[in-house]
Design a binder for this molecule. Sequence first.
Ligand code: NAD
Length: 254
Amino acid sequence: MSYKKLFNLANKVALVVGAAGGLAGETCLGLAEFGATLALADIDSEGLVDVSNDLEKKGFKTWSKIVDVSDVTSVEKLIKDLREQFGRLDIMINFAGVVLPTPVEKIRVTEFQKIIDINLKGSFILAQQSLSMMLPQRSGKIILVGSVSGQIGRPFSAHYAASKGVHAMVRTMAVEMAKNNIQINSIAPVFTLTKMSEDVLSDPEMKKSIISTIPMGRLGLPSDLVGAMIFLSSSASDFVTGQTIFVDGGCTIS
Ligand SMILES: NC(=O)c1ccc[n+]([C@@H]2O[C@H](COP(=O)([O-])OP(=O)(O)OC[C@H]3O[C@@H](n4cnc5c(N)ncnc54)[C@H](O)[C@@H]3O)[C@@H](O)[C@H]2O)c1
């Protein structure tokens, strides 16, 4: 037996949702470098063009579609178009998410609902729709992006923390799909400087206090996620399911 191709993603179709965001770009590059064919989706059409152009400059062609993950009809259309284009789906990674730091006593119910609709319901709809392609194939990898906030108490994020119930959701979906050769896992990043976190991190005192909770003494980088993403996307993780990999510099164990 040789393990040289353990991480090879050639002939694999990878759908990356939330692809226009700050965390996703490096993962897209990593997937492409390991041979995957990339299908990108996001609600932000300009951002999608930017990420597609960046990848094209590096020699990788992509297919992209606009989607609103909180809208089942929109996700159904994405999966229908993807099926027509590629005929299969091997990897689905969902980065799409929003945050709205607010003290608990000031969170409006409409805001709570919006965060849940995009982060949690969106992850569910995407996973369910992806399964409609993966089940007949009897193979597939689903990776949902959660957060350390789904594991530990961070202030001002009751709605966001609840939406990161994706970590609980992957455990139950993984058990149901285990006999179908479909692995479903999640990744929990720590604070990383992107559009999502720039408001919070723009306050130097807040930034210092956040870094003090990370034993490795720095914020995350989008590139930190790539190793775990390739592992969970490839046959290297064929016996790993229902897990959350914390890519957090030791934050949640300290
Ligand atoms: N940046 C961090 O510090 C951090 C830490 C932990 C977890 N995360 C998680 O990582 C993921 C990516 O975060 P990021 O930092 O790249 O954020 P980001 O704001 O840079 O990107 C999020 C992307 O999601 C897209 N999106 C938002 N609503 C959508 C919808 N309804 N349908 C489709 N796409 C939609 C946005 O257009 C954007 O491109 C999120 O799930 C976030 O919760 C981020």
